[in-house]
Design a protein. Structure first.
Lengths: 215, 213, 346
């Protein structure tokens, strides 16, 4: 009994303050949450829009699609469908997550309406080494040898990471991806994310009848 | 030490100016080196960081000053950290809501304000011993001093590394940017040279004041 | 009679060895390389060397003035730093870049540490690193020696590959430095066998693209030999660097002779000789003991070859020198001389 009294005596301020501060954060979070969510959604919309430039609108096609990852973990992601001028589905986009060199890499990946070709990817968030791994973000419209450019129009199948300096291999659009020199881990992470999601997303789209079964 | 019952304007002024120069957190106390080196590649993130620190510093100094008589000595650091963490979280949420790109540029350095030594130093050295007004003035002085220093450092680096200030071109077109100044090495070199300069001027001042006396 | 005999404790130095005399020796040692640079790059060499020397000296004078320290210009160390920096820069570098490099070398590389003798890193290499980090493009645009026919000089790497395919022969002396060539070979854009005998000869005489003072192997060897004969430098560091670089180059060559050029080519091209004789032997930033010098030299040679063979950059001399400079205090601690009478018992 004495112990408890002593404990309370010493730490009442801490306990009270913890509750008060917790409440403060809860209030702040509640009032700002809508805006933060909206910001994130706007950003996602912008990225999807930049990937599928013909799209007029994006709507959720599959809510919380479950993607089994490695070691039994399950990632969930919303798959969006991109609607064209005439209201037809011209593509799908989703957020894909995977382990990068330093931190998680979040990508926005877009495929065409038949799930056959990629429109490419954009980095939603990453924390790769500046100057090396951060080059996965490079997307200069002038240059055609950016890492990201290799995915634009590439067939939606397993990608293979290779290492070479040959320009024609980088420029060729196929399922061979040339790693960024000095950033093999980051390049590999992007390729792995693609490989992890592509088939499973296609599977789920088929189940929902959103794309043909490929026969 | 401040005498609470008879605070004078002279004391307030003194406290405010201490943070700006005599006890400038970066140049004189060498506190908060992590953000100083990390976010000063350009003026905009430096200014944002500075404003965040001012906000957190003022809030935490107010709270700590108010509860200074209730603090148990062995639990005080815990209380300081709790207070600081609360306001940093709020600042972080605020940035995410209203300045998403800036929040992404600053990345982990906003949550890292929690362990910024300036704030815990001011809580310990000033707010836990002084009244509300003195604590607030001290927080403002220190915060503004920190922000100004960061901005000066960032301005030098941004001009040399990109030829721009606030993303506005200030150098002639012929200027070739010094890429190294935008990298961490630029931060260390600029900070080192500025510290040297400050020490040099202070030495001179000390000497001349010696002569006067 | 006895009053002429002076009693003093060791060391008993019979020769008057001053910083000034050492530095003058180094300048004489660098003379052949400067002459070769002047021959191949003409006015560019003159402008670059003069700019670097003048701005180094000016920076040293200014730093001393600010710090209110006695003038240290008369030991010629700033002149040597300026010359070495100039020789390690691309010939057609704009003057203002050279000025920034020199000022950085002296002010940040040397004076902030407290002047000559207190600097941790070789000042010239500090300056060059800063320039490389800041002005990457300017620091890798090479010019061809003026003695080369301008028609041949127009062959650039792209159409050279074509020329190779068509004629089965490549002309040695073009825009890319020999090391940039061997780097391309490693990236398997072209075979290392294109690095011909002729190209090797060109690196000996210096009629090849590259930094101002590192193109001519013969001139550098001549200068190095002079320093060795004058005993201004010990043979340990240069030998260790060259031998270890040769061995590591040979290992790579033996593993894959298609991708990697012969080890001898590695020795004769790039800044390795300049580094081995003039930069690594800087008494301030190299270890003091003989064992330490061996470790230092092997480290420099190994790191250089690692960067050249595995790394991104075609040339690694600059980085390896700085890295080994950084561990020099550790090497010195490791290789303490045991005083006569063995280790003192604890």
């Amino acid at each position: 009994m004495l112990k408890i009294k002593h404990f309370i005596q010493e730490s009442w301020l801490l306990i009270v303050a913890s509750f008060a501060f917790g409440l403060l954060i809860a209030v702040a979070s509640a009032s700002l949450d809508a805006r933060i969510k909206q910001n994130e959604k706007d950003k996602l919309d912008n990225l999807m829009k930049s990937l599928i430039s013909d799209a007029n609108d994006f709507q959720i096609a599959i809510e919380q699609a479950e993607i089994p990852g490695d070691r039994g973990r399950v990632e969930t992601t919303d798959v969006y469908k991109a609607l064209g001028e005439d209201g037809g589905v011209i593509g799908f986009a989703f957020v894909a997550v995977g382990a990068g060199f330093a931190d998680k890499i979040k990508l926005v990946i877009a495929v065409d309406g038949k799930c056959e070709k990629f429109f490419g990817f954009k980095v939603l968030s990453s924390n790769e080494t500046p100057g090396f791994g951060s080059k996965i973000k490079d997307d200069d419209p002038e240059s055609d040898v950016d890492f990201a450019d290799q995915f634009k129009g590439a067939p939606a199948q397993e990608f293979e990471l290779i290492k070479t300096g040959k320009l024609e291999v980088i420029k060729k659009i196929d399922s061979q991806i040339v790693a960024i020199s000095g950033a093999t881990v980051s390049s590999d992470a992007v390729v792995k994310i693609f490989n992890m999601y592509t088939d499973k997303i296609r599977e789920q789209l088929r189940q929902k009848g959103l794309i043909g079964d490929g026969k | 030490m401040a005498n609470e019952s008879q605070p004078t304007t002279g004391l307030y002024k003194e406290t405010l100016l201490a943070g700006l120069w005599r006890e400038n957190p970066v140049f004189r106390l060498l506190l908060g080196m992590c953000p100083t080196l990390a976010v000063t590649a350009a003026v905009k993130p430096a200014l944002t960081m500075g404003l965040c620190v001012i906000f957190v510093l003022v809030c935490s100094n107010i709270i700590v000053s108010l509860m200074r008589n209730l603090l148990k000595p062995h639990l005080r650091i815990l209380m300081f950290t709790l207070t600081i963490a609360t306001f940093v979280t709020i600042a972080d949420l605020f940035l995410k809501a209203f300045a998403l790109t800036m929040s992404e540029t600053l990345g982990p350095y906003v949550p890292l304000i929690i362990v910024n030594c300036i704030i815990i130093c001011r809580a310990e050295a000033c707010a836990s011993k002084n009244g509300l007004i003195v604590s607030v003035i001290d927080a403002l002085g220190m915060g503004v001093g920190f922000t100004l220093t960061l901005c000066v450092l960032a301005a030098i680096r941004e001009v040399l590394a990109t030829g721009m200030i606030f993303e506005v071109q200030v150098m002639p077109d012929a200027f070739v940017p010094w890429a190294a100044m935008g990298m961490p090495v630029g931060a260390f070199i600029t900070l080192g040279l500025m510290l040297g300069l400050v020490n040099l001027t202070n030495k001179k001042k000390a000497k001349s004041s010696c002569h006067e006396v | 009679m006895l009053k002429d005999i002076r009693v003093s404790c060791s060391p008993h130095i019979s020769e008057r060895l001053s910083t000034r005399s050492v530095m003058i020796d180094v300048i004489i040692g660098l003379a052949p390389a400067m002459a070769a640079a002047g021959y191949y790059f003409r006015i560019h060499a003159l402008i670059l060397i003069c700019t670097c020397v003048i701005s180094s000296v000016a920076a040293e004078w200014l730093c001393n003035a600010i710090r209110k320290k006695p003038n240290s210009l008369d030991d010629f160390s700033a002149v040597v730093t300026g010359i070495i920096l100039a020789l390690s820069l691309p010939p057609n570098l704009p003057v203002w870049v050279a000025v920034i490099g020199s000022v950085f070398s002296i002010a940040i590389g040397k004076m902030v540490f407290g002047g000559l003798g207190a600097n941790i890193f070789n000042p010239a290499m500090v300056g060059r690193t800063f320039l490389t980090a800041s002005f990457g493009v300017l620091m890798t645009s090479w010019m061809v020696p003026v003695t080369i026919d301008s028609e041949i000089a127009k062959i650039d790497p792209d159409n050279k590959i074509k020329a190779v395919a068509e004629e089965g022969l490549v002309h040695a002396r073009t825009r890319a430095t020999p090391l940039a060539w061997s780097k391309q070979a490693i990236k398997s854009e072209l075979g290392a066998d294109l690095y011909s005998e002729e190209q090797f000869k060109a690196t000996l005489t210096g009629e090849v693209g590259g930094s101002l003072g590192e193109t001519s192997a013969i001139a550098l060897l001549l200068g190095g030999l002079y320093l060795l004969i004058r005993r201004t430098i010990n043979f340990h560091i240069p030998l260790a660097i060259l031998v270890s670089a040769f061995i590591f180059g040979a290992i790579a060559y033996l593993i894959d002779s298609y991708s990697y050029v012969q080890p001898l080519y590695h020795l004769s091209s790039g800044g390795l000789l300049l580094c081995a004789f003039f930069i690594a032997t800087d008494p301030v930033t190299a270890p003091l003991t003989r064992r330490g010098m061996w470790i230092f030299g092997i480290g420099v040679g190994m790191l250089t070859m690692l960067i050249r063979i595995v790394g991104e950059y075609p040339e690694g001399v600059m980085f390896s020198i700085l890295l080994m400079n950084a561990v020099t205090p550790l090497i010195d601690r490791l290789c303490k001389r045991i005083p006569a009478g063995g280790k003192p018992s604890a």
